[in-house]
Structure formats: structure tokens, C-alpha cells
Write a protein that binds this ligand. Structure first.
Ligand code: S3P
Length: 167
């Protein structure tokens, strides 16, 4: 089977669903964010504050390339990875790309308890979510499959994606 690549905005459930799918299909789960943290030996918030977003995107590009070359994996790509053309072509080379979506409200509810996402550590995170969603919509739309996770459990999302893969 091809790799499964989950893209989508922060808080759409890529990691949670990805882990569940990997378990059910006996595949390995990899997250580009986790690869970056491991490589950099510091959390994403620190990479952003100490080096800036451009540096983070460079490291992300390497992580995406490495993950995309693996076999039998479910990949959760960081929410902004889609902005880079090369990332998308790498991810699509061995994988079926599925975009997870969610309403701004659902995204806010899921992300507000964590301070791990530098782009949302702002005064008005809801406006920021709307702004980023709008700017990124054309990129997320490029995925062949879209799964709205707003009102679904992790199991339901995983089931939908496994269904897509078995089509
Ligand atoms: C980002 C999403 C994050 C992480 C970083 C930037 C983005 O990943 O890569 O904070 O630009 O949307 P998740 O989508 O896993 O939260």
C-alpha cells in the first residue's frame, strides 16, 4: 500500500488520526514536527523564537523529504508544510495525500490548551486562525481527498481515511 500523508491546518487531528490509522493498518506513524524537534533538540516554539520561521521551514523541508522517502508510513505533515511546492511533490511521490479540515471554532477549541504552536501564541488566536486558513485554503484544497473532522471522533476520522485507502 502507498504511504498515507495527512496535511491540514493545526488542530485538525493529523497526529491523533495518523497514530490511530497506523495502529489499525500496522504501519508506522511519523510526524514531521516530531522529527524536527528531535533533530533540533528543542521545541518548535524555541526554534521560532531563536531562529525565526524561515529557518524552521528549511528544517521542515528536510524532515518532509526524509519522511516522504520512507515506506509503509502514515505521515502527519506540519500545517504549513503545504506552502512549499517541493514538499508537496515529495509527499505525493509515494503517498496518497489526504487533507483534514475543521471549522475555525473547532480548531480554536482543540488548540487553545496548548502553547506549543508559535503561530497561535498571539493576542487574538481566533482571528489568526481565520486569517491563516484563508491564506492557505488554495494549498489545502490541492489534496485529492478532504475529510472534515469538526464533528468526528478520532476513530471516525481514521475510519474515513482507511475507507479512502481501500477504495
Ligand atoms: C505550523 C503547524 C505546526 C508546526 C508549526 C507551524 C503551521 O504543526 O509545524 O507550529 O505553520 O501551520 P501542526 O499542524 O502539527 O500543529
Amino acid at each position: 500500500m502507498k504511504n498515507i500523508v495527512l496535511i491540514g491546518f493545526m488542530g485538525t487531528g493529523k497526529s491523533a488520526a495518523g497514530r490511530r490509522i497506523a495502529k489499525r493498518l500496522d504501519m508506522r506513524f511519523v510526524s514531521t514536527d516530531d522529527m524536527i524537534v528531535k533533530r533540533e533538540k528543542r521545541p518548535i516554539t524555541r526554534i521560532f523564537t531563536e531562529e525565526g520561521e524561515a529557518y524552521f521551514r528549511e528544517v521542515e523541508k528536510e524532515a518532509v523529504k526524509e519522511a516522504a522517502a520512507m515506506d509503509n508510513v502514515v505521515i502527519a505533515a506540519g500545517g504549513g508544510a503545504v506552502l512549499d511546492e517541493e514538499n508537496m511533490s515529495n509527499l505525493g511521490s509515494k503517498g496518497v495525500i489526504v487533507c483534514l479540515t475543521a471549522s475555525p471554532e473547532a480548531i480554536y477549541e482543540r488548540t487553545k490548551k496548548y502553547k506549543t504552536r508559535p503561530l497561535l501564541n498571539v493576542e487574538d488566536p481566533v482571528s489568526k486562525i481565520r486569517e491563516l486558513l484563508e491564506a492557505r485554503a488554495p494549498f489545502y484544497r490541492r489534496a485529492r481527498y478532504q475529510v472534515d473532522t469538526s464533528d468526528k471522533t478520532i476513530n471516525e476520522v481514521a475510519g474515513d481515511i482507511i475507507g479512502i485507502m481501500k477504495k
